[in-house]
Write a new protein. Structure first.
Length: 249
């Protein structure tokens, strides 16, 4: 019988931290624009980044420009759109580009459904397309089938990724796990024990990569996961990360 994930070990500042944002550091809102990164969180991120010697990155499904706008003057390593765009510790930008014609075809295929169902929200992040159904959860199965059908018609260059009341189309072969791998090949992340914290299906790639490296994988909230440890909610994540700055659990 598989044992249930328990509380993670006390955090240490010499680890490499990879943190999802929505549902992990902040609570999920009804729409992507409705979230707010509060001053307390900005201070926590800044202090952890400094205490870890810069070995802390936010790894999010949000676009890099969105993350940068919400962080204001705070500058830390960021991976956006599930690793498709990544800013490293010295500020260099790395991009895995999406085929523009394929993306346009998906948008055209969604036009009629969006007009017919105002509860569906299409978010164009630049490199990915996310179809949100948080305001119309009864349309979840329909949204997933529609995106899968449109993506299948394109071919193997795009893939569907599922999340909490969202289904997303993105270039194949790049995910949060590959973003972690890329960071760990660079300073100051190289040689450190990796930690990945996330709450959603798209975070499973990060958990799996960290598990291969005998790192600390932490699932936030309920649900099946390959993560080795568990924290119940956003508040618990913040407390656990804050303990790294205090040197105690």
């Amino acid at each position: 019988m598989k044992s249930r994930p328990g509380y993670p070990p006390a955090p240490r500042v010499n680890w490499a931290y990879f943190l999802d944002v929505d549902g992990t550091l902040i609570d999920i809102a009804d729409t992507p624009d409705a979230v707010h990164i509060d001053t307390t969180l900005l201070e926590l991120i800044g202090c952890l980044h400094k205490a870890s010697g810069g070995a802390m990155a936010l790894v999010s499904g949000r676009a890099l420009s969105d993350l940068e706008n919400r962080l204001g003057a705070l500058r830390v390593p960021l991976a956006g759109q599930h690793g498709l765009e990544r800013r490293d510790a010295v500020g260099r930008l790395w991009i895995h580009a999406a085929p523009p014609a394929s993306k346009s075809a998906i948008k055209e295929g969604l036009a009629a459904a969006l007009a017919r169902h105002p509860g569906l929200l299409l978010e164009d992040k630049g490199l990915t397309l996310a179809l949100h159904y948080r305001q119309a959860p009864h349309l979840g199965s329909y949204a997933r089938r529609l995106m899968a059908r449109l993506t299948s018609a394109i071919g193997s260059e795009l893939e569907v990724q599922y999340g909490k009341r969202v289904v997303e189309v993105k270039p194949s072969g790049v995910d949060k796990g590959t973003a972690v791998t890329e960071y760990l090949s660079e300073l100051p992340f190289r040689g450190r024990q990796p930690v990945f914290i996330g709450d959603d299906l798209n975070d499973e790639h990060g958990f799996a990569e960290v598990n291969k490296l005998d790192g600390i994988s932490i699932k936030v909230g309920k649900g099946e996961s390959c993560a080795r440890f568990r924290l119940p909610d956003v508040a618990a994540v913040r407390r656990w990360l804050g303990a790294a700055l205090k040197g105690k659990k």
